[in-house]
Design a protein around this ligand. Structure first.
Ligand SMILES: Nc1ncnc2c1ncn2[C@@H]1O[C@H](COP(=O)(O)OP(=O)(O)O)[C@@H](O)[C@H]1O
Ligand SMILES: [Mg+2]
Length: 305
């Protein structure tokens, strides 16, 4: 459905995205994770045809665009525009317009004819059970609902691929859950979803995750496989107050707080056995199942580097 090949984006001398490649299949929920500034939004902007990459190309269906074929091929630009929906990092809704007016505006940007617009309007309204709230000003809506209205605006032309850039930033846990239910419905209908998030519980919903760091993809796999490959020997957990202070300086051990415990990892089991001999208290540590939070801290935040 979508393939990114060796994509690089430079702003002057600064490489925001470096040789990024991945494929996303139809109906997949694909997550982009990474700290702020990792290059997620820039990658999405290229995939949406909003930014010409310095190197590399993007293929959506049979259409290829990138460094060597941009702008001058209007056909492909239009084709791409009709196939993708984009919900940007900042909701692009007008607070002082009603839901319906916002939708009408979004549809007019797509040159949608009135008949189709009305049908989509009814469909999306029903899907989100908005009822009369479509007559309310967007600025007066709770943030969870606002975000659903923004999603609907991105779906008006019924795109095959939907890009969601931090769609749930700043909404309540309940609204986040509702939003993810909508995303799962879209994927089950065959829509391809590319989403960025800082919430690891949300990342669990992705079929595959690509972890970015300083413009590069440093890991790409399913959540389960990432946990296993990052921590092949598991993680040791021990209450914070039991950790000898000197261990925090230990080079062969990475550790970070997790709830009331500390999570500890060695990349070599022999190191762990050595440490246990030096610090018998470590015998009380228990093996815990790695979470995506652990994977993120280890790979993206670079505890082990
Ligand atoms: N238009 C731009 N001009 C210069 N630098 C930019 C521009 N857009 C993004 N950057 C820089 O590129 C890097 C990646 O940004 P971005 O893709 O927004 O990261 P993310 O979405 O992962 O937080 C950041 O260091 C950012 O400051
Ligand atoms: Mg971003």
């Amino acid at each position: 459905m979508l393939e990114v090949r060796s994509l690089s984006v430079y702003f002057g001398d600064f490489a925001a995205v470096k040789k990024v490649s991945f494929k996303v299949s139809k109906g997949e929920i694909f997550g982009l994770l990474g700290a702020n500034g990792a290059g997620k939004t820039t990658t999405i902007r290229v995939m949406c045809g909003l930014l010409i990459p310095t190197e590399g190309e993007v293929q959506i269906g049979d259409t290829i665009f990138g460094k060597n074929n941009n702008g001058n091929n209007n056909n492909s630009a239009e084709l791409i525009k009709s196939r993708i929906g984009y919900m940007s990092q900042k909701f692009t809704l007008y607070d002082d317009l009603t839901v319906e007016e916002n939708w009408k505006f979004a549809a007019s940007l797509r040159n949608m004819n009135n008949g189709i617009y009305k049908k989509r309007c009814d469909y999306l309204n029903q899907w989100l059970s908005l009822g009369d709230r479509t007559k309310q000003l967007v600025g007066k809506l709770p943030s969870g609902l606002k975000q659903q209205v923004a999603l609907a605006a991105a779906l008006f032309h019924n795109p095959d691929i939907i890009f969601l850039d931090e769609p749930t930033a700043g909404v309540s846990p309940y609204a986040r859950m509702q939003f993810w239910n909508l995303i799962k419905i879209l994927a089950s209908e065959g829509k391809t979803i590319i989403v960025t998030t800082h919430y690891m519980d949300e990342a669990e919903n992705c079929e595959r995750l690509s972890l970015m760091r300083a413009g590069e993809i440093i890991a790409l796999d399913s959540p389960e496989k990432l946990k296993h490959s990052t921590f092949p020997h598991g993680i040791w957990g021990l209450a914070e107050e039991k950790i000898p202070p000197c261990l925090r300086e230990e080079k062969t051990l990475s550790m970070w707080p997790c709830g009331l415990n500390y999570h500890m990892v060695t990349h070599n089991l022999a190191h762990w056995e050595d440490l246990k001999k030096q610090h018998p208290i470590l015998a009380n540590a228990t093996l815990v199942a790695p979470t995506l939070e652990d994977v993120f801290l280890e790979l993206v935040e670079g505890r082990s580097r």
